[in-house]
Write a new protein. Structure first.
Length: 628
């Protein structure tokens, strides 16, 4: 068995070394379905940018994902197609000009759409796209643009919303408050998809639930001292917010959705479609495109820093020396991507110096906790030997320590951005979009970093608070739910985090988690979790094992073990034998927004099996295992 494990580890390491780019980074795709591909076609056609080769390639990828019933799915085991994805694809394919309503596949898509409620029932972002491109009337939005002017001292203000929520909300407010619409001679007619139903951003019940909060916000707006045209001042401030956060590639915070909305919002402000800011933003979005199995995909963002930090750390865990050319180049890249300027995070931590890392290659404004711990793991050894790495380490650790929330946990991007009352705002998917609370995965991963790489343990108040937060958020079945993965991911983060800071593996909470993991192990030795867990708010098995889920579960069991158990050996055997089905390798393991946005991180198929097998070897030591 040990020989087979070494062989698989070497295979993965060789593949990683081969795939590294010249600048030391890894550019594995950040794959999110067809939403961005569809939006790109709609954007280019609306701006009348006739990049036909680019559009044709996107059409090819979108069309290739259509199901037999005419729909498009978000993930493989979704019982039926996804209405929003199908309307997006239908719209984009028609707008491309390379499909028409008489095509059999287009007719099948239309039939599915009408049978499932029509275009009025799609998710929020697509409703916005339909309205701003003139396919439906702008629904009423009871939030005025003047919220941009509410001072930070007001109990609820703009900076109480998460950075990714804020980035999408601000251009959305410009568009909804100006009723911006832009049709072109090529715009298809989608009126037959609405089935005489009015498009609404929110139901009457949602309006009623949010009424008190909206009235409170309106009081804040009324309390503003009048100095000229408040509306125009608010629109100007919203515009300036976006322009002040343009990244080196011209995108708005390196995100596809908010950059797309920004482009339209700037047009609503009077910018011509060929304005340099708009042209550069489009070029930035196109530059993020990648190829998956030879087909063009517009990435929502790049995962380059995340890929590179994880891979550098994983290779070092398996014994590749930090002085090797591969790790050296990777760590030089990581060092170059540390954030040294202030972003919105400083609003809630005004005395804190910059020092975090972000997710994307050209992300310079919004660092996050997960990338910061991953980067610090990667450069940990160099920090004891080189001055520039030591300085980066000190800045990073200081930023990380100071970003702990008052409740003891860690969030993704900002500190104490967790006012639950904001969930009442009538924004679809708001719980994933509007606030940035402490989460299991971020708290667990941060504790794991502190425990394994800084020698902090449960005796320190900071660590003790993090442990208490995790224990309070364990589910009754023993699992934890993650924010950026789901139940297996959350449980892995929580258990490995607590054990690393000295919590005994015999602790009842950890024992309960291990029992849960053993009960959901598949007969083939692996583990697999469905994206439905995210929608149903309970663990849903995938019915098949995946390498990534298996690696997380296996690593969890190993972290609490003193010897190789049958469950651990069977899990390692699944990874070594590589019996995974093809569709499960591309199955999304990451979550963005429940029911609408899922992520296939292509690096996960390498990183986490490599880490789990490395930890398996350390546990096995000199034991004679089955198969040797």
């Amino acid at each position: 068995m040990r020989h087979r494990v070494y062989k698989e580890m070497n295979r993965i390491a060789d593949q990683l070394i081969q795939d590294q780019s010249e600048n030391g980074a890894w550019h594995y795709p950040f794959e999110t379905g067809i939403q961005t591909d569809c939006s790109m076609i709609i954007l280019l056609r609306t701006l009348e940018i006739n990049d036909e080769d680019f559009i044709k390639e996107l059409v090819d990828r979108i069309a290739g994902e259509q199901q037999e019933d005419g729909s498009w799915k978000l993930f493989h085991d979704q019982e039926k197609g996804n209405l929003t994805s199908t309307v997006e694809a239908y719209y984009a394919l028609l707008y491309s000009g390379y499909r028409n309503k008489k095509d059999k596949d287009i007719q099948a898509a239309r039939k599915f759409i009408l049978a499932n409620g029509g275009a009025s029932e799609v998710h929020l972002f697509l409703k916005i796209m339909l309205a701003l491109t003139g396919q439906c009337e702008w629904p009423h939005l009871p939030i005025n643009i003047e919220v941009m002017l509410i001072p930070d001292s007001f109990p609820i203000n703009l900076f109480d919303i998460s950075v990714y929520g804020r980035a999408n909300l601000i251009p959305f407010l410009i568009l909804a408050n100006t009723n911006f619409r832009k049709r072109t001679p090529r715009s298809p007619d989608l009126s037959d998809l609405f089935q005489n139903k009015e498009v609404r951003f929110l139901t009457e019940d949602q309006v009623e639930d949010a009424r008190s909060l909206i009235n409170w916000i309106k009081q804040g707006i009324k309390g503003l001292k009048s100095h000229g045209n408040l509306r125009e001042l608010a629109l100007y401030r919203a515009e300036k917010y976006m322009l002040d956060r343009l990244e080196p590639d011209g995108t708005f915070l390196n995100y596809f959705s908010c950059t797309t909305l920004m482009i339209f919002a700037l047009m609503a402000r009077g910018y011509h479609k060929t304005h340099p800011v708009i042209t550069r933003a489009v070029q930035g979005l196109k530059a993020m495109a990648t190829r998956i199995d030879g087909k063009l995909h517009c990435q929502y963002t790049t995962a380059t820093v995340w890929n590179t930090t994880l891979i550098s750390y994983a290779l070092q865990e398996t014994g590749v020396p930090y002085s090797s050319p591969t790790v050296h180049k990777a760590n030089e890249y990581i060092l170059s991507r540390q954030h040294l300027k202030y972003g919105d995070w400083a609003i809630h931590a005004p005395d804190l110096l910059p020092g975090g890392w972000g997710f994307a290659d050209l992300n310079t404004f919004h660092p996050d906790i997960d990338d910061t711990t991953a980067a610090l793991r990667a450069i940990r050894t160099l920090a004891t030997e080189k001055v520039d790495y030591r300085q980066a380490w000190d800045r990073g650790v200081n930023w990380l320590v100071s970003m702990q929330n008052n409740d003891g946990g860690w969030a993704a991007f900002e500190k104490n951005v967790d006012k639950k009352i904001l969930n009442l705002l009538p924004i679809e998917g708001g719980k994933d979009l509007l606030i940035d609370p402490s989460t299991v995965d971020l708290t667990g991963r941060t504790l794991e970093f502190f425990g394994n790489y800084t020698n902090l343990d449960f005796h320190q108040p900071m660590i003790k608070d993090g442990i208490r937060w995790l224990l309070r958020h364990q589910n009754s079945d023993g699992s934890w739910v993650g924010r950026w993965g789901v139940y297996i991911y959350g449980t892995w983060a929580a258990v490995t985090g607590m054990i690393s800071v000295g919590v005994s593996p015999k602790h009842s909470a950890i024992q309960k988690a291990l029992t849960w993991l053993r009960t959901i192990q598949n007969p083939d030795g692996g583990w697999g979790e469905s994206c439905k867990s995210d929608i149903k708010n309970r663990y849903v098995p995938l019915g098949e094992s995946t390498r990534t889920h298996t690696a997380w579960a296996l690593d969890t069991l190993i972290s609490a073990a003193t010897e190789v158990t049958p469950e651990i050996e069977n899990g390692a055997a699944f990874l070594v034998d590589r019996k995974e089905k093809k569709w499960t390798t591309t199955y999304p393991k990451g979550r963005g927004m429940a029911g609408s946005f899922y992520i296939n991180y292509h690096c996960y198929e390498y990183v986490f099996p490599l880490l789990a097998l490395a930890h398996f070897q350390k546990l096995a030591g000199g034991q004679l295992l089955t198969g040797e």
